[in-house]
Design a protein around this ligand. Structure first.
Ligand code: F6R
Length: 259
């Protein structure tokens, strides 16, 4: 794992933006895995302002609420339109999200996996992290080899996400999410985490045991997992000094070229 700690959330977003920009510029046909939620908002604003050519880019989002259609204002489809897609020239046919209104969700999940495969796999998967360590909506106790499927949200995640809805009652109980196994197959994983409320989950994921009780700890198995953190999200890491040291002493050839 590469742990990059930034003084604040804006700097963490800037680093994530540089990594994604670098990918889009060097591989204009790249396949991106995207996330929703509060964490990537700064990153999406920065990417939208960048004026990159997204015409060859394909995207697959991590998850969607079950029982909510793409037109619903709280759907992840609407979130992506509002915060990224309408600001860039990505082709409509290249955008993929699970369909929360799928008539046969199980077949739909299987088809989603097949589409990822047919696109050549995901080059870079962007992740946030839940306060309970979830990635995508793989809640604690999710199989570390899981594939895209229906999951039930925990009471904690429903509470955490109530801020996007009128009230907690309106937050769906079920979602379609890529599995941990699906996420681990991405060629690069980029996890962005900011804020004190993520510190415990981040510490467990990086320095705790590999366990389905902290789904993000599965990233310990990934060959190229980059974690962009702000100081608050990194505050419970024991080896913080070492991660700073590694970054400060990075050989030039390993650095991401600014675009
Ligand atoms: C969203 C997703 C979730 C979020 C996580 C953190 O597509 O898959 O794992 O990344 O719940 O959400 P925020 O960023 O709102 O704290």
């Amino acid at each position: 794992m590469e742990i990059i700690i930034h003084p604040n959330a804006e700097d963490a977003a800037e680093m994530a933006e540089r990594i994604i920009t670098n990918l889009i510029v060097t591989n204009p046909q790249a396949v991106l895995g995207l996330a929703t939620g509060s964490t990537p908002l700064r990153l999406y604003q920065r990417l939208a302002a960048k004026g990159l050519d997204w015409s060859g880019i394909t995207s697959f989002n991590l998850d969607e609420y079950l029982g909510i259609g793409a037109q619903h204002p709280q759907s992840y489809s609407a979130f992506m339109q509002e915060n990224l897609f309408r600001h860039v020239n990505i082709g409509v046919k290249n955008i993929h999200l699970p369909d929360g209104m799928a008539v046969d969700p199980e077949t739909h999940c299987q088809a989603y996996e097949e589409k990822i495969h047919a696109a050549g796999g995901i080059d870079l998967q962007l992740l946030g992290i839940g306060t309970d360590g979830h990635i995508g909506f793989n809640e604690p106790s999710s199989s570390l080899s899981s594939r895209t499927r229906i999951k039930t949200l925990t009471a904690r995640t429903r509470r955490d996400n109530a801020r996007f809805f009128g009230s907690e009652r309106e937050v769906p109980y079920h979602v379609i999410t890529m599995g941990i196994g699906t996420i681990l197959e991405s060629r690069t994983v980029l996890l962005l985490a900011t804020g004190e409320n993520k510190a415990e989950a981040v510490a467990g994921a990086v320095e705790g045991a590999l366990t389905s009780m902290n789904p993000a700890s599965a990233l310990q198995l990934h060959r190229k997992a980059i974690l962009c953190l702000d100081e608050a999200a990194a505050s419970k890491l024991q080896r913080r000094d070492y991660y700073h040291w590694v970054f400060d002493n990075k050989p030039a050839w390993q650095r991401i070229s600014p675009n």
